[in-house]
Design a protein. Structure first.
Ligand code: 13P
Length: 244
C-alpha cells in the first residue's frame, strides 16, 4: 500500500489563508509519492474541498460525533463530513483526549460511525511523557489500541496514528528504535493484516526520511509542518518507494 501523509492543520488559518495553503499544496500533487490528505478546521472544509477539486489530494476532518444526527449542539456527524467531501477523519487525537476528556470507548464509537458513513478514521494513540518515564508505554498503547479501534478494522477501512504526546509540537521526536518498537507492537495487536500506521510528532522535512524508512511506519500525521506547503511536500517526497 502507498504511504499516507496527512496534514492536521489543527485550529489554524482563515478562509483566505486555508485556500492559499490548499492551492499551494495541490499545485504539486502530480506524481506524488504518497497518498495525501489535508485536515483543516471544520468551518474551512468546504473552502478547502473546493480548492482541492480536480487534484488527487483528499479532504479530512479533525473529529466527528458518533451519532448520525440529533440534538448534539456544536458537534458534526461523520455523515455530514462525507457530504462535505471528506474521505478521512481523525479521531482520538491526544489534544481531544486531553481537552475534551475523550475516552477509548468514545473514540471507538466515533471511529465506528466514521466507518459506517464510509469515511476512513485515522485513530490516534500515544503515551504521555510521564507514562513513558514510568515504563508504561506498551501498556498504554495496548489499552488504547484495543479500546479505540473499531471492530473489523482492516487496511482498507482504518488508519492508525502513533503520536507520542511528548513529541507533539515540541520539536522532540521519538528515536527510530522507539518508533519501530511501538509500531511493531501495534501491528502485532492488529493481527495478520494490520492497517497503515502513521507516525506523528514533530515530523518535518528534515527528519521525515529517517522516520518514514523506519520498519512499521507507513506514513505521517503532520501538525506544524503541514502549514508550510514547501516543508509539507518535502515530507511527501521523503516517502520510500513501495513495491505493489
Ligand atoms: P506536530 O507535527 O506539530 O508535532 O503535531 C503532530 C500532531 O499532533 C499531528 O496530529
Amino acid at each position: 500500500m502507498r504511504y499516507l501523509i496527512a496534514g492536521n492543520w489543527k485550529m489554524n488559518g482563515s478562509t483566505a489563508s486555508a485556500r492559499d495553503l490548499a492551492a499551494a499544496i495541490a499545485a504539486q500533487h502530480a506524481g506524488a509519492k504518497a497518498d495525501v490528505v489535508l485536515c483543516p478546521p471544520a468551518p474551512l472544509l468546504a473552502a478547502v474541498g473546493a480548492t482541492l477539486a480536480g487534484s488527487t489530494i483528499r479532504l479530512g476532518a479533525q473529529d466527528c460525533h458518533f451519532n448520525e444526527k440529533g440534538a448534539h449542539t456544536g458537534d458534526i456527524s461523520a455523515w455530514l463530513l462525507l457530504d462535505l467531501g471528506c474521505t478521512h477523519v481523525i479521531v482520538g487525537h491526544s489534544e481531544r483526549r486531553a481537552d475534551h476528556g475523550e475516552t477509548d470507548g468514545q473514540v471507538k464509537a466515533k471511529a465506528t460511525a466514521a466507518m459506517k458513513a464510509g469515511l476512513i478514521p485515522i485513530v490516534c494513540v500515544g503515551e504521555t511523557e510521564a507514562q513513558r518515564e514510568k515504563g508504561e508505554t506498551a501498556a498504554v498503547i495496548a489499552r488504547q489500541v484495543r479500546g479505540s479501534l473499531p471492530d473489523g478494522a482492516s487496511p482498507e477501512t482504518v488508519v492508525i496514528a502513533y503520536e507520542p504526546v511528548w513529541a507533539i509540537g515540541t520539536g522532540k521526536t521519538a528515536t527510530t528504535a522507539d518508533i519501530a518498537a511501538v509500531h511493531g507492537q501495534i501491528q502485532q495487536l492488529c493481527g495478520p493484516k494490520p492497517p497503515r500506521i502513521l507516525y506523528g510528532g514533530s515530523v518535518k522535512g528534515s527528519n521525515a526520511a529517517a522516520i518514514l524508512a523506519t520498519p512499521g511506519v507507513s506514513g505521517a500525521l503532520v501538525g506544524g509542518a503541514s502549514l508550510d506547503a514547501a516543508d509539507f511536500w518535502r515530507i511527501v517526497e521523503a516517502c520510500p518507494p513501495v513495491s505493489a
